[in-house]
Write a protein that binds this ligand. Structure first.
Ligand code: ADP
Ligand code: MG
Length: 339
């Protein structure tokens, strides 16, 4: 008898889900990135129990056509790219077509959606990867996803979750970053029936910094603005006095995507070095807009890393931009630089 066999679809999806859906915050991230890609101008995230028992993401974006719904939940199904070359011009956050299939394979999912041209909305239920029902329903334009009982069918995964309070704090951090990453979108975050974040979506990054980080930080930031033919940089950086003992405030975004990059960290920290920044990390909220041809976003399933074709250039531009901004604010370095 043959010993090697192809796994069934639901097992394949559950295994794949391990890469994309690590915890409730990953579900919130994927669903909100989809809302952003759908052109939403307002997104509400509501969670209960740290998102473990209940997550609801509502957007006013394009909605999903009835006939597309079952396909959207298949692995590797996407409306965002057709071939790998499309990544050279990609403007969307998603493209791997993995989130919905992954989430639906490890949770109970309810989708309510309506496109602007459809007469009625659709309510679709899928649980552990198994379609339950699809019915017509009256609803506003846009999309709502409700995700209940994450990892209900994978107890081993569920055991790795932290307390509801800790999981909620991961989601809260994520919501803040999303708000800072998209000043043009109004975000609302409701945790256990309490609204804890609400941004206007008026495109004013400074307002969001005020909202998210408070008045003290917002009062001590300076503008950064620079660019060349394929990279442009804009945003705010904190004066050295508001530096922290960890990198949590070092935020930057590439083409609307929150990422982590050693190169950018290094450039930022090098720029602040004259200000006696040992073991201190600055506040930054910097948006990089980079020609997609110069980066590779397809590095990791969670898309938290980006490869740069010319990282030296990015490093230098970032360093110079921040250095100039710090120099021009007349701050006297605490360490005098002897010749
Ligand atoms: P990806 O985002 O990589 O395309 P997903 O599994 O996250 O893959 O989503 C599959 C598809 O479902 C998307 O390509 C999109 O067409 C559709 N979709 C998902 N969420 C939404 C939403 N909130 N509004 C409109 N369409 C959506
Ligand atoms: Mg997606």
């Amino acid at each position: 008898m043959a010993k090697i066999a192809l796994l069934d679809q639901s097992t394949i999806n559950q295994i794949a889900a391990g890469e994309v859906v690590e915890r409730p915050a990953s579900v919130v991230k994927e669903l909100i990135e989809n809302a952003i890609d759908a052109g939403a101008t307002a997104v509400t995230a509501e969670i209960k129990d740290g998102g473990i028992s209940f997550i609801r993401i509502t957007d006013n974006g394009a909605g999903i056509e009835k006939d597309d719904i079952p396909t959207a939940f298949l692995r590797h199904s996407t409306s965002k790219i057709q071939s790998i070359e499309d990544l050279l011009t990609i403007g969307s956050l998603g493209f791997r077509g993995e989130a919905l299939s992954s989430i639906a394979s490890v949770a109970q999912v309810e989708l309510v959606t309506k496109t602007r041209t459809a007469f009625t909305g659709i309510r679709y239920l899928i649980e552990g990867g198994e379609e339950q029902s699809m019915t017509e329903i009256g609803c506003p334009d846009g999309t709502t996803f409700i995700v209940r009982n994450l990892f209900f069918n994978t107890p081993a995964r569920r055991k790795f979750l932290k307390s509801a309070m800790t999981e909620a704090s991961y989601i809260s951090d994520l919501m803040e970053r999303l708000a800072v990453s998209h000043p043009d979108i109004s975000f609302k975050f409701i945790n256990n029936n309490k609204t804890v974040l609400h941004t206007f979506g008026n495109s004013q990054l400074k307002d969001i910094i005020y909202h998210v980080y408070g008045r003290t930080i917002a009062a001590e930031v300076v503008t950064v603005e620079n660019g060349n033919e394929h990279i442009s940089i804009s945003g705010y950086i904190g004066k050295p006095i508001i530096s922290r003992g960890n990198r949590n405030y070092e935020n930057y975004f590439i083409n609307g995507r929150y990422i982590k990059s050693n190169i950018i960290n290094k450039a930022i920290e090098e720029a602040y070095r004259p200000y006696s920044m040992q073991h201190k990390y600055p506040f930054t909220a910097i948006h990089f807009s980079i020609n997609p041809e110069f980066i590779d976003v397809n590095v990791h399933p969670t898309k938290m890393e980006v490869r740069f074709h010319n990282f030296e250039e990015l490093y230098q531009l970032t360093l110079n931009t921040i250095r100039d901004a710090l120099n021009s604010t007349n701050m006297i370095p605490k360490v005098s630089l002897s010749e």
